[in-house]
Design a protein around this ligand. Sequence first.
Ligand code: RP5
Length: 164
Amino acid sequence: MTQVAWMMGSDSDYPKLEPGFKTLKELGVSVVGRVLSAHRTPEQAREFVQKSEAEGVKVFICAAGMAAHLAGAVAAHSSRPVIGIPVASGALNGLDALLSTAQMPPGVPVATVGIDGAVNAAVLAAQIIGTGDESLAKKVVEWRAGQTAKVLEKDKRLQEKLKG
Ligand code: RP5
């Protein structure tokens, strides 16, 4: 069963999102990715959300740039958790998308990560699903421990360089 449905407003968003898809793969979370737009394909987006929810998808991730209404529109059609990724594109380079995605009215939340925050969206989705899945929760802890080890290794290399 697919655990995460990841929608994006345009295929031009995908290069920014690829690291997040990779992270879900590392965590063993199943994901389906679709290009579906709140503005350009509103009917298809709604149908996809309803079908995904009926099939048991646990979390939606929605990425869009400019006047980014995709995450909000998905949240309007589903009571599953929706994570929004504002994508940097257009004249305002993501600030527009950040505000459009984050500033939802009370009662229809979108958990918004930072601009181009695809990896955080993936980790957050895994953490949410992990609240009901012990083995995934454990994988998230291990994944984060790996990140800690990488930073400590970088610090060690810097210390050696500074000793010079
Ligand atoms: C948004 O408009 C998309 O999410 C993308 O970030 C931006 C530009 O889309 P394209 O013109 O590249 O298709 O809806």
